[in-house]
Structure formats: structure tokens, C-alpha cells
Design a protein around this ligand. Structure first.
Ligand code: SF4
Length: 329
């Protein structure tokens, strides 16, 4: 579940919707947009946990089902990119996957979990030992700290077991809704929508949402799709994002989803080349301010009042200088 940034591809509606969440803080998993207040207090997190989105209109609902039908034909057996399926292993792998490829996580996670197989061992492991193993995954200090702290919280609060509830999962250090949904859907077989950068982008381009906030996207999609399809849809949308709907240059010509509005929208049209824009701007600037040489011949030049004139040209009181030569044509 890599969390790469999306390019300037979103729809006009998406551009209007601002993501109000700030950047990941020191205790947060990069790529997860979880509020800092929620991370501090489990009770507050439960109280403020967003659980609803505006009711979708019937047109969008029909579109969502159409997308789901097409995805089921295109990707009949979608799978999570992370290979771990046990709850603790998947939790660790998902924390590692922020801003990192699934392939790398699939190489690093088994080494870490062999050294420290359960929450007990992981919580007592020297932080430096965890850091050394996960170094190649990026943000290794924060990820190591979160994995150790989350393991400690599992031992303290859940007797070493990974909880099954989203509201409980998001109270663990480094665990946001994306990680929680991933664990629920792929380790416990519970319905969950994992909003990563691919799923968000694909959903916006297809017109299923205009939001860029992952939490809002998750809640909107949950309103649009049947519960039993949530986990499957997540994998399918991610697969489609990787296969066709690339961030910078989507392969719309080859994409089988002919009903997608994105290629016909303003956002889907290629931008004017910077070269042309520059030329146009230069022409406009030149036209607005004609040079002295372009001034119509014969047009009288306002004589200067008495003064010292230009020290460079030596012109005084309309005396010999550049301006006179222009008037003379
Ligand atoms: S038509 Fe283009 S924008 Fe729409 S889903 Fe396919 S690749 Fe993505």
C-alpha cells in the first residue's frame, strides 16, 4: 500500500475540496492522515471518530455499482499487495508500507518478524535493532518507534492480541484508518475500505467522490458500495490505478472503462505546453508597452520642461538626443 503523492490530475470538483488535515506529526505514520487529538486519547478518538458521510444521490450510486461490475470482470481475484495475513504481521507490514513499495515491505517484514515474532518480543526489542532491520523502508526511525509502541499497547491493553474493531485499532500508535481497514479486511475478513493514493485518485477520476481527504473518501465509498464488496473494491481500485490510471499520465486510451468522465473533463485535457504559454505572454507584454522605436512617426513628443535632462544622453530642453531623432523619423 504505498502512499505516493498524486499528480495534478484531479477533477475540478476535487480541486475545490481542500484537505484540512495537516502533515504527519512526529508520532504518526507518514501517509496516514490521522488527527493528533485522536492519537492522544482513545476515548476522544471514539467520540470524534467520523462515521457518516452525506447520503449519495442515486446517479452516483448507480455509477459505483457500474464501476464495481467492471472491476469484477477486469480483476476477478484481487489480492492485497502485502503478503502477511496474520493480524500482527499484517499490522507491522502495513505500518512499514507508508511511502514504501509492497515488494520491499514483503522482503523486510519477514526478517523483522523472525527476529521479533510477536507483540511481546517486539515491545521489548531494542529500538536500534528494529531500526536497523527496517532502515530500507524509509522513515525508519518513526516506523520503528511506532511498531515498538504499538506492540507495547497491544500487550498492555489487548493481552497481546490485535483488536478487530476500527475504533480500537486507530488508538494504536502509528495506526490510522488506512492501516486499520487493511488489517480488518485482510487479516480478519471484515469489510474495510483502504484508501491509499491509488484508490483515492481512481475514485475521483471516475466521479465517485470529489474529496481528497482519505477519511471522507472512505466514508463516501462506504455509502456507495455494498459492505461485502468493500475490501475487494479496495484491491481492485488499487490494481486499476497501477495498471491504467497512473497518477501523472493515465492510459485512458487503453482503459476498458469507457464510461469514465475523466478524459472528457477539463482536468483530463492536456495542459498547453509551457513554451507556447511563454511565447503568448511575451507577445502580450510587447503589445502592451510599445518601444520608443515603434511610436508612430510624426507624433509629437512632449517637450521636456526646463531641467538638467538626462545625464546619459545629454539632452536638454528637447535638445539633441534620442527623442529628437525619433520625431524626425
Ligand atoms: S479512463 Fe482514464 S481516468 Fe478513467 S479510469 Fe480509465 S485510466 Fe483512469
Amino acid at each position: 500500500m504505498p502512499g505516493k503523492k498524486s499528480g495534478p490530475e484531479e477533477s475540478a470538483a476535487a480541486a475545490r475540496t481542500k484537505n484540512k488535515a495537516g502533515p504527519a506529526g512526529p508520532g504518526e505514520n507518514p501517509g496516514e492522515r490521522r488527527t493528533r487529538k485522536a492519537a492522544k486519547s482513545p476515548a476522544k478518538s471514539r467520540a470524534k471518530s467520523p462515521n457518516s458521510a452525506p447520503k449519495p444521490d442515486s446517479e452516483t450510486k448507480a455509477l459505483a455499482l457500474k464501476v464495481l461490475g467492471s472491476f469484477s470482470e477486469l480483476y476477478p481475484d484481487p489480492k492485497c499487495g502485502l503478503e502477511r495475513t496474520d493480524p500482527f504481521g499484517l499490522l507491522v507490514a502495513t505500518i512499514l508500507s507508508a511511502q514504501c513499495t509492497d515488494a520491499r515491505v514483503n522482503r523486510v517484514a519477514p526478517v523483522l518478524l523472525e527476529a521479533f515474532p510477536g507483540p511481546g518480543e517486539m515491545s521489548e526489542a531494542p529500538l536500534k535493532a528494529i531500526e536497523d532491520i527496517v532502515r530500507s523502508c524509509g522513515f525508519f526511525r518513526m516506523k520503528a518507534k511506532n511498531i515498538k509502541a504499538a506492540s507495547g499497547a497491544l500487550m498492555e491493553r489487548y493481552a497481546g492480541k490485535v483488536p478487530r474493531e476500527l475504533d480500537e485499532l486507530v488508538t494504536l500508535p502509528g495506526v490510522g484508518r488506512k492501516t486499520a481497514n487493511c488489517v480488518m479486511g485482510n487479516a480478519y475478513g471484515l469489510p474495510g475500505i483502504t484508501v491509499d493514493t491509488h484508490l483515492g485518485r481512481v475514485s475521483r477520476r471516475l466521479g465517485l467522490t470529489a474529496n481528497t481527504d482519505p477519511v471522507k473518501v472512505e466514508l463516501e465509498l462506504k455509502n456507495l458500495l455494498p459492505e461485502e464488496a468493500w475490501t475487494r473494491f479496495s484491491h481492485q481500485a488499487i490494481a486499476h490505478g497501477r495498471a491504467f490510471c497512473h497518477s501523472r499520465k493515465p492510459s485512458c486510451d487503453a482503459c476498458p472503462l469507457g464510461f469514465c468522465p475523466y478524459p472528457r473533463s477539463a482536468a483530463g485535457k492536456p495542459a498547453a505546453s509551457p513554451k507556447k504559454t511563454t511565447v503568448a505572454r511575451v507577445r502580450k507584454t510587447t503589445a502592451a508597452k510599445p518601444s520608443v522605436r515603434e511610436r508612430p512617426v510624426g507624433k509629437p513628443v512632449k517637450p521636456r520642461g526646463p531641467g538638467k535632462g538626462s545625464p546619459k544622453t545629454g539632452a536638454r530642453d528637447g535638445g539633441p538626443g534620442k527623442r529628437k531623432s525619433v520625431r524626425e523619423g
